[in-house]
Design a protein around this ligand. Structure first.
Ligand code: MLT
Length: 414
């Protein structure tokens, strides 16, 4: 089953889930144009409330007046459907703001509707007013991406949701825990000249979440199945944290498929006995209290202190990702990480171009761990990302995309 998306949205606003209300639907039970406009508006205010504040405009003495709004429908929506709404800013002008919103079914990611909307800032007398700096910086500086696709591929006993973009040699981006492919939004959007492939691992994002069958070997074999489906012989493998553990497994089992390696905010050693006990305790939290409780437990150490202080939208984005992870996927990932083998003895044999990247403020896999790993890998290079914690690609997306791009330039192409 395919779930095409016409745009991959890269935004400083975290997506929100919105439920369709019966009163928004027409006599035939469909969400109609007026209903969609209302639903998109609810989503925008929710995003503002969770980000810069719902009083962003009023505290700056302006109001966003709608000048044009166009809805494109892709599938019907009915009362009680839950739609995940994303927003990207297309243009911040002197007095105007252009925004694109996209609503997808929360259960499978299928695109339902898109809205293109233009606002003009007006003052109390209704005249156009200059865009206040705070509004401009709250909306500004994001990338709009022309085409993107989330496609579902059956590999082995699961279906994986995969986002891919571009042509050229393949770059496989493997996310961490408790996250999904959307953590690579900036890298997928910007690393031109490479075919960027960002799957949701089994149990994560929009991929299937079976009750059983989680291990580093299973994740690695899913990804090799995916490369086979895409007819990709070799790829540069980039893995963040748990994604790095999967990358080590890929190297161990399928060395011939790896043409380069990016190890990001990760470690080679296995869990300590204490660490294993911690995994078991968190499995209990997942089972008894659900995904959101796991996210709250992990959040303070996933993000650097600078991000927690200055980027509330990134905090929300991570919270949302954790919250929507299915419990079987959480339990499976914790089990797989708890039982993963020690990859330290394999480091000396790594013979592909390797880059180690670490956030300066990463507390889970700190720079000292990255340095030790780098020095054990023949000819690996290391880069530290200032002001970022454990989730460097989300916290400092531009800096991380730049170092990846420089590294990729030096990888011999097939
Ligand atoms: C991750 O970000 O993937 C996790 O922090 C990895 C771990 O818990 O070992």
């Amino acid at each position: 089953m395919c779930s095409p998306a016409t745009k991959t949205l890269v935004s400083r606003f975290s997506p929100v889930d919105v439920t369709v209300y019966p009163y928004e639907c027409d006599a035939y039970g469909h969400l109609n144009e007026a209903g969609f406009l209302q639903l998109f508006e609810r989503a925008r205010w929710e995003m503002l409330a969770r980000g810069p504040g719902a009083d962003l405009f009023s505290r700056n003495g302006v109001w966003p007046a709608v000048r044009r709004a166009v809805v494109d429908y892709h599938r019907p929506a009915y009362p009680a459907d839950v739609l995940r709404v994303e927003m990207v800013v297309e243009k911040v002008g002197r007095t105007s703001l252009e925004v694109q919103q996209r609503a997808a079914a929360a259960k499978d990611g299928a695109l339902v509707a898109e809205l293109h909307i233009v606002f003009v800032m007006i003052d109390k007398s209704g005249k156009p007013a200059p865009m206040p700096d705070e509004v401009s910086s709250a909306f500004g500086g994001r990338v709009t991406v022309p085409t993107g696709e989330i496609v579902r591929y059956g590999v082995g006993d699961v279906t994986l949701a995969v986002e891919s973009r571009g042509d050229g040699p393949a770059l496989l981006l493997i996310h961490g825990f408790p996250l999904d492919r959307s953590m690579w939004g900036h890298q997928v959007a910007t690393l031109a000249r490479w075919r960027r492939i960002a799957p949701d691992l089994r149990g994560c994002g929009f991929s299937d979440a079976p009750e059983q069958g989680y291990s580093m070997a299973a994740y690695a074999s899913d990804l090799v199945g995916l490369l086979d489906k895409l007819r990709i012989e070799r790829a540069v493998i980039a893995g963040l944290s748990m994604g790095g553990y999967v990358a080590f497994e890929l190297l161990r089992r399928h060395r011939e498929r790896v043409m380069g390696l990016i190890l990001m905010d990760t470690r080679a050693d296995a869990d300590t006995p204490d660490g294993r006990r911690g995994r078991d305790a968190l499995i209990e939290v997942a089972r008894s209290q659900g995904a959101a409780a796991v996210g709250e437990h992990l959040l303070p150490r996933l993000l650097g202190r600078s991000t927690q202080r200055t980027q509330p939208q990134v905090v929300e984005q991570v919270r949302e990702m954790a919250r929507r992870m299915p419990v079987p996927g959480i339990v499976g990932a914790l089990t797989a990480m708890r039982d993963r083998p020690d990859s330290t003895p394999d480091l000396g044999a790594i013979d592909v171009p390797t880059l180690v990247v670490v956030g300066e403020e990463d507390e889970l896999t700190p720079p000292a761990v990255a340095r030790a790993m780098t020095s054990a890998i023949p000819s690996a290079a290391m880069t530290t990302i200032p002001g970022a914690g454990h989730l460097a690609p989300l916290e400092a997306p531009t800096a991380v995309s730049r170092v990846i791009s420089e590294f990729l330039e030096a990888v011999p192409r097939p």
